[in-house]
Design a protein around this ligand. Structure first.
Ligand code: GLU
Length: 325
């Protein structure tokens, strides 16, 4: 059988199946109710997702002033950086589902993006090479436990700095400033969070986005999932009406589905920091020195332009760092 015959034969079987093997059942036009499976773990929330917000901690984005940036072979003995160097690898918690920030390139199988290039810079500062970088894929909700249990040295994963998280981890200075917005199907006519009262809005478990949806005055119904791409599947299957999270993540999802669009004004600032286990002040100062160097020597802008210009427009100035001593 040549290939055209194979295709014809397959189509024939399909037609026979569709017509009930030749019995002339009339096909009723209209919708057929089909139970579409949800992504594993997807759940509508009836309770607010987080504990009440932490006490005001002042400006959570004020990080420790940068320390010196010694050459990789001159890291102070006994420092966190020297210990990481001695271990032979820098283990960084990242995402693999956020297009252009931390995503798996389907052609190469490599995890790439803006956050991954930030991680490469930290690895270079400690080892003089990126080869010592070891990526650990984390969902939103795995970030803080991975840091607290010592499974990663640092998390660089679209992670917002806030007072609540500062009770459990430390943060670098702000290396990217995002804002939370809404993604909808273009044809829906929905124009922002205010139009989503009583409607299902998706975000990942353990994200600030989920808490912000739950707190929105219009009272949407938050739906939590593991990964941002789960939200896109649920939107495409009409299981949610919208996705709400950082403009960065939404732009990456929208690039994968031309029938969606980002709408409304930002509902919250989402300043990204690199998260570090508590008590490693030397490492926080070291990381801040690497970020400071990227801000001033053009690395930040070049990295933005490489990954984000097509998605989010021309490079803004890098976020201005705020420090406390
Ligand atoms: N920036 C938000 C957060 O840190 C959402 C991003 C994410 O979950 O990766 O929770």
């Amino acid at each position: 059988m040549n290939s055209r015959n194979v295709i014809a034969a397959v189509l024939g079987v399909v037609v026979l199946l569709a017509t009930g093997c030749g019995t002339e059942e009339p096909v009723t036009p209209g919708e057929v109710a089909v139970e579409v499976p949800r992504p594993a773990g997807a759940e509508e929330l009836t309770e607010p997702p987080t504990a009440p917000p932490a006490a005001d901690c002042g400006d959570p984005t004020a990080s420790l002033r940068p320390g010196p940036l010694p050459a990789p072979n001159a890291l102070p003995a006994g420092s966190t950086m020297a210990q990481i160097r001695a271990s032979g690898k820098l283990v960084v918690g990242v995402d693999q589902n956020t297009y252009q920030f931390g995503f798996r390139n389907p052609f190469t199988g490599d995890v790439e993006g803006f956050d991954i290039d930030m991680a490469k810079q930290i690895a270079r500062a400690i080892f003089g090479t990126e080869n010592a970088l070891q990526l650990r894929i984390l969902t939103s909700s795995q970030r803080i436990p991975a840091l607290r249990e010592g499974e990663v040295d640092i998390v660089i994963r679209t992670m917002t700095i806030n007072c609540e998280r500062l009770q459990e981890v430390d943060f670098s200075s702000v290396y990217y400033l995002a804002g939370q917005r809404v993604l909808v199907k273009e044809a829906s006519g929905i124009d922002g969070i205010d139009a989503l009262g009583g409607k299902r809005v998706c975000a990942t478990d353990g994200s600030t986005s989920l808490a912000n949806i739950a707190e929105a005055p219009s009272k949407p119904i938050p739906v939590k999932v593991s990964d941002w791409t789960d939200c896109l599947v649920m939107l495409q299957q009409n299981q949610v009406d919208a996705i709400s999270t950082d403009d960065t993540i939404l732009a990456g999802l929208s690039a994968q589905d031309p029938f969606t669009k980002v709408v409304g004004e930002p509902i919250d600032d989402e300043p990204y920091g690199m998260a570090i286990p508590k008590g490693q002040t030397d490492f926080v100062r070291f990381v801040n020195a690497v970020i400071e160097r990227m801000r001033t020597d053009g690395t930040w802008r070049d990295t933005y332009n490489y990954w984000l210009r097509d998605l989010l427009g021309p490079a803004p100035a890098p976020p201005v760092a705020r420090y406390r001593d």
